[in-house]
Design a protein around this ligand. Structure first.
Ligand code: MG
Length: 377
């Protein structure tokens, strides 16, 4: 099926920072996706926390399985809208590469450690991973991805950082934060697919962990509607299958909602090409009703899961581990590998090193450097 005229066309890509001849059998975005899959940072996602720490159970989502779910949802929607599936997949697989160990707890702690030194933002870090921190090619640092993939990876960015990037790469991936335009439709889609994915899988993991009950989740309008619908069709349905069937229906409803609302927005704006779409304001979106229900679900998860005492207890420990690791490497750079120890700008080198760690490597390093085990704290 041919791409829509407002879809990102790899043949019209704005190119790579270091020009390269095209690959014989793959277009630019397919090649980006393959480079991401083969990167070191991608493999580490399997041992990085989404909400539950990696060692708390084998069945919870990790950053890797989350990224795969985002890619699956994004590609389904892209296909229906005739957007570029390969670009969506590349951005989805890379969108969390910059996440620290221990999920948001790790990122908050690292950001606090870096307050006086430019801060730490995970979206910007994902871009740093693909632009600088992967060392795999003879001619350059980073993966040398296409503009469109990098643009999608830089989902959010503070004004200060946007201006700094814009100064070193004029008209580049940070320009839109300065001039208020949008990223490609494929990048917009990844943001929404990310939200749909974590709202659904955090309910699943929340119930699986025993921290929230199905009865409790049924306070949420969107979930309850599909739970009732499933039970009306299958009155004998029990336990986990009720949960799965409700989540499955909820996911489908959100996917169809995005497809319908986005089709309508695209028809109204009628962008002539991908750049016209960037100037047209957000076009990949939920209907207003679904937006409100998604917010309700997100707020429920905040109150009942992300702020659950058992989650925040591990959060506190994780932050302590990151703070103490930061202090230890700052005081003794030789504790880091040479490639970090010898870099100019010690604080950023330490932040990059810690951000790249998996949960369990961070715990092992913490034990090695402080002599204290995670479980004893
Ligand atoms: Mg994500």
């Amino acid at each position: 099926m041919s791409l829509a005229r407002h879809a990102s066309d790899p043949a019209r890509s704005r190119g790579r920072r270091h020009p390269e001849p095209p690959a014989p059998t793959r277009d630019a975005f397919q090649r980006d996706r393959d480079r991401i899959v083969h990167s070191t940072a991608f493999r580490r996602l399997v041992y990085k926390t989404q909400v539950f720490l990696n060692h708390e159970g084998d069945l919870f989502r990790t950053r890797l399985t989350h990224s795969l779910e985002v890619a699956q949802l994004g590609r389904s929607i892209a296909r229906a809208l005739r957007l570029n599936e390969d670009l969506v997949e590349a951005v989805a697989l890379a969108h969390d590469l910059g996440h620290t160990p221990f999920g948001h707890a790790g990122q908050d702690a690292l950001n606090a450690c870096m307050t006086e030194h430019g801060g730490f933002e995970h979206n910007l870090q994902s871009l740093r991973v693909v632009d600088e921190l992967e060392h795999r090619y003879p001619q350059y640092d980073g993966l040398n991805l296409s503009f469109e993939t990098r643009e999608g990876i830089l989902k959010h960015c503070s004004r200060t950082n946007a201006e700094r990037i814009e100064a070193s790469e004029p008209g580049g991936v940070a320009r839109r934060f300065c001039d208020g335009t949008q990223p490609s439709l494929e990048a917009q889609l990844c943001n929404l697919a990310d939200e749909i994915a974590y709202n659904a899988h955090d309910i699943d993991d929340g119930v699986r962990s025993g921290l929230i009950s199905i009865e409790r989740v049924s306070e949420v309008g969107l979930f309850d509607r599909y739970r009732r619908e499933a039970l009306a069709e299958y009155p004998q349905l029990q336990g986990r299958r009720v949960l799965y069937e409700a989540i499955r229906r909820m996911l489908s409803a959100q996917v169809y909602d995005v497809i319908d609302a986005t089709r309508a927005a695209l028809e109204a704006a009628a962008p002539a090409d991908a750049d016209a779409a960037r100037r047209a304001g957000p076009l990949v979106l939920f209907s207003e009703a679904m937006r409100a229900q998604s917010i309700e679900l997100k707020q429920f998860l905040f109150r009942n899961l992300y702020r659950h005492p058992r989650v925040t207890q591990t959060t506190d420990r994780a932050q302590q581990v990151v703070r103490e690791l930061f202090a230890a490497y700052l005081a003794g750079a030789e504790e880091m590998p040479d490639s970090y120890a010898q870099r100019a700008g010690r604080h950023r080198a330490v932040a990059d090193y810690i951000a790249g760690m998996t949960d369990r490597f961070a715990m092992r390093e913490h034990e090695r450097l402080t002599g204290r085990r995670w479980t004893e704290e």
